[in-house]
Design a protein around this ligand. Structure first.
Ligand SMILES: [Fe+2]
Length: 312
């Protein structure tokens, strides 16, 4: 999949879609929700460059569950990028099943002037960094952190995006579910982001949507792919957080500006995005879904305005 993305013709602005936690355990209802999100992704115009599932889509990680997932995404017209989640490693042979079907847990690819680095953000309880308390707080393994550091050190593209399963703890930002953020290896992870000018981290694991900018890094959590939702995020909902089954369309301009819009599963076409973010494209996202009868046309038109602005 990564090769297909890197070989694709490059246009700016471009978009990609993230989703996560679509199948932490076998559940036909989760499959129906995620399948609908896939259909909505396929209908986006302009087409996203890829869809990244940020993990917990084939729990407990048996070969049958991975094959089932691949059947779900088979009709997706754009590449599917798969990241490993903690539930995908619950089976005793989960690691082998992953390797056989998806290959490495850590990988990277470029699209235009943006480098995407995908890491194993789920198996951090094992390894030299030691155990985590509470144990549910999975984070990147020591191997994943080394891969992230080495890859970014060798990256020539000016814009860098990290794809991973669990978000960092960020001083309990995800409260009342602070356990979804990892602490083991967090200082090292944040140091790597800082040292290599990463401005966007896409993650899942937390069962809802959250958008947060800290120290110049934008964290977008999309863990509403179908498995479950945090009820607590209904009470803690706000302009940057919600409990809804969804995916996120993220747009990147040639200059590296990022904007995003959430689309909720089963929302009728033309429905206003429940959440938008980003200085470059937030207003576009709203217009994209609000203009009756011509959202695609207006979206394209606004993108051309951005392109002209970037060309000066
Ligand atoms: Fe998870």
């Amino acid at each position: 999949m990564a090769e297909r993305i890197s070989a694709a013709e490059v246009h700016y602005p471009f978009s990609f879609v993230i989703a996560g936690d679509s199948g932490a355990w076998p559940d036909p209802t989760a499959d129906a929700i995620f399948s609908q999100l896939l259909r909505q992704t396929a209908d986006l115009c302009p087409a996203p460059v890829f869809l990244a599932n940020l993990g917990d889509f084939a729990g407990p990680g048996t070969p049958e569950r991975h094959e089932h997932y691949m059947d779900l995404v088979a009709s997706l017209p754009m590449p599917n990028v798969s990241l490993i989640g903690n539930h995908d490693l619950e089976d005793a042979h989960g690691a082998d099943a992953w390797a056989a079907l998806h290959g490495p847990r850590n990988f990277h690819f470029a699209y235009g002037n943006t480098r995407f680095v995908a890491i194993d953000g789920a198996s951090g309880q094992a390894g030299e960094l030691g155990d985590t308390t509470p144990p549910d707080t999975a984070g990147p393994s020591a191997e994943a952190l080394s891969f992230l550091e080495d890859t970014l050190a060798a990256t020539t593209e000016p814009h860098r995006v990290v794809l991973t399963h669990a978000p960092p703890h960020l001083d309990g930002h995800y409260a009342p579910q602070p356990e979804c953020g990892f602490r083991q290896g967090e200082p090292e992870f944040l140091d790597i982001l800082r040292a290599h000018d990463v401005t966007l981290v896409c993650c899942a694991h937390g069962l809802g949507f959250d958008h947060h900018v800290r120290d110049g890094v934008r964290y977008v959590m999309s863990g509403g792919g179908g498995a479950a939702l945090y009820l607590s995020y209904r009470e803690a909902a706000g302009p940057d957080r919600g409990a809804l089954f969804h995916a996120v369309e993220i747009t990147v301009t040639e200059a590296g500006a990022v904007g995003g819009r959430v689309f909720q599963a089963f929302a009728p076409p033309g429905t206003a995005a429940p959440f938008t973010f980003g200085s470059a494209c937030a207003h576009l996202a709203k217009q994209h879904s609000q203009i009756a009868g011509g959202p695609e046309y207006r979206w394209l038109e606004e993108r051309e305005v951005i392109q002209r602005a970037e060309r000066g």
